[in-house]
Design a protein. Structure first.
Length: 133
């Protein structure tokens, strides 16, 4: 929440200092990848019950998506809908909107799964599970 608030405040500051910029365009640039990253990493953390796994997921996703925009996307152009850091100049307006909606929906679905899993404390803590060994 703190990082999202800081990002929004800096976005508004950018729009104020640069009168020609569009607030919606800037927010659409960073918000969907952030929601998707938070949702997927929280899901990885909750379901693995290991915080380092969520951190590793965040690092792996950021690196893969940074490389994906420049290296993987030219090799596999049909994956444009799932790349976090896609350049809007490379896609049509409809494709870019689909990309942003897909990332928002994926992140929201992962966050919904996390919130649903957090409702059952016993399952979340692992009570009643059979342990190997």
């Amino acid at each position: 929440v703190l990082q999202g608030g800081l990002a929004l405040a800096l976005t508004v500051l950018t729009v104020i200092l640069n009168p020609g910029t569009n607030l919606l365009e800037i927010v659409l640039r960073w918000l969907p990848p952030s929601v998707c990253l938070v949702g997927l990493c929280m899901a990885a953390t909750i379901y693995a019950r290991r915080m380092p796994f969520g951190v590793l997921t965040a690092i792996a996703l950021c690196v893969a998506m940074a490389i994906g925009a420049e290296v993987i996307l030219p090799m596999f152009p049909d994956l444009w809908f799932m790349v976090f850091y896609v350049n809007p100049a490379l896609l049509t307006a409809e494709q870019y909107l689909i990309n942003r909606v897909f990332l928002l929906a994926t992140g929201a679905a992962a966050l919904g799964m996390v919130l649903r899993a957090m409702r059952d404390e016993e399952k979340l803590l692992g009570f009643g599970e059979v342990k190997n060994g």
